[in-house]
Design a protein around this ligand. Structure first.
Ligand SMILES: Cc1ncc(COP(=O)(O)O)c(C=O)c1O
Length: 412
């Protein structure tokens, strides 16, 4: 049997991370890994998490098996964090603890496939690298819509033009905030248009919320999602506590299903539990118990998230200033206004290779960098290197057909 196993190529991100680790150059920069780092280069454990962990250690609760749906207090806390304390929303929402945001996406994909095996999931191009494997694993079809900037804002016409091919019952995958990999988010009026578009056409929004708090603030980042929930009969939500609580390896997240009425969501719980039972049985308790503690009195945690967001925004403006001081092409200006941890550089694979080989700066071949992985002392050398590799001849305005990475004509 083993001789018949398919041999998937190695994961491109992990290959880059291994190459970075093997690179002996002192000024090397890892802008690949998707974790927040502080000024010392560490991925910190928030104080609120440490305190909650200490309290839990003190209480030493039993490690006996828990419910298939996970920690009930966590689920309730996550619903309030995502949807606000609005009884009309809460009454039509079912929440299930998941193995990180990834696990939530997979649970929801399995649920969609159980209900509508012929559904197509529409995801952004560029998009999160794991959306396609997660959605197609249970056999769903996968198509993309264009996501790019036009005149300093997301080009909604291109996005909705592509989504016109979606049919009722298809699923539209949206990033709740801080789009990975582009940092290009929907504005408030654009959320309104997308929400109305889905409602009018019977499309089901699936909102992936992996960075709540990193864009404009915990409440502001949920505003688009909440509008979608208020205006659409069925909405799916995949939420992650990896970034905003720093619980990456604790695998803490939630899958939420919002239906038209409390009766409409009645079959959701048993189905999700059956899917979980046939996969991992029940989710890990530790991260959820920490998050549940934090969500009861979230004030100090919210201040810590505010500080992380301020740091990322500070890095974005410092990099913008440094690029301007270098006289770099205005095509880099998006770095300053984009949201969250990631941006796509207006560079092709050849320039990304030069960044690695000549400057020991590691981003992905698609041009993605993790701005939240930078330290201030790295800003000036990064700006110099970006300017050096981007001997750009023409910054053509995006043509409707051109994906983001291919919009820039480069001299090799
Ligand atoms: C858009 C998006 N969705 C989901 C995830 C998965 O989150 P988790 O690590 O909680 O599984 C990530 C992580 O990078 C992400 O960027």
């Amino acid at each position: 049997m083993l001789d018949r196993l398919p041999q998937p190529g190695s994961d491109p991100l992990w290959s880059l991370i291994s190459a970075f680790r093997a690179d002996p150059r002192p000024g090397r920069m890892d802008l690949v890994v998707g974790v927040y780092r502080d000024e010392s280069g560490e991925t910190p454990v928030p104080e609120a998490v440490r305190r909650a962990e200490a309290r839990l250690a003190q209480a030493a609760p039993s490690k006996a098996y828990r419910a298939l749906s996970g920690n009930a207090a966590f689920n309730a806390g996550m619903v309030r964090l995502l949807l606000g304390d609005v009884p009309a929303r809460l009454a039509r929402t079912h929440a299930m603890q998941s193995v990180g945001g990834t696990g939530a996406l997979r649970l929801l994909a399995e649920m969609i496939a159980a209900a509508r095996p012929d559904a197509t999931v529409w995801s952004s191009d560029p998009g999160y690298i794991n959306h396609r494997p997660l959605m197609t694993a249970p056999g769903l079809r996968f198509e993309t819509y264009r996501l790019r900037e036009d005149d300093r804002a997301l080009d909604l016409d291109a996005m909705l033009d592509d989504l016109k091919a979606a049919v009722p019952g298809d699923v539209v995958l949206l990033h709740g905030c801080c789009h990975n990999p582009s940092g290009i988010d929907l504005s408030e009026p654009q959320w309104a248009e997308v929400s109305a578009f889905c409602a009018a056409r019977g499309l089901i929004p699936l909102v992936d919320m992996a960075y709540q708090g990193f864009g404009d603030g915990m409440e502001a980042d949920a505003a688009g999602l909440r509008r979608v929930v208020d205006e659409n009969p069925t909405v799916l939500i995949a939420a992650s506590c990896s970034k905003n609580m720093g619980l990456y390896c604790e695998r803490t997240g939630a899958a939420l299903v919002v239906g038209e009425s409390p009766a409409a969501i009645a079959p959701v719980g048993p189905l999700l539990e059956r899917i979980a039972r046939a996969s991992y049985s029940m989710p890990p308790e530790h991260g959820a118990a920490i998050a549940a503690e934090i969500l009861v009195a979230p004030e100090s945690w919210l201040r810590e998230v505010d500080a992380m967001r301020a740091r990322v925004n500070g890095l974005r403006s410092a990099l913008g200033d440094a690029l301007e001081a270098e006289g770099a092409d205005p095509a880099f200006a998006g770095l300053r206004r984009q949201k969250g941890m990631f941006s796509l550089l207006p560079l092709g694979p050849e320039e990304m290779r030069r960044l690695r080989e000549e400057f020991a700066i590691y981003g992905t071949d698609t041009g993605r960098i993790n701005v939240a992985g930078l330290r201030h002392e790295q800003i000036a050398p990064l700006a110099r290197a970006l300017h050096a590799v981007s001997r750009i001849r023409t910054f053509a305005r995006p043509s409707p057909a051109a994906p983001l990475q291919r919009q820039v004509e480069l001299i090799g």
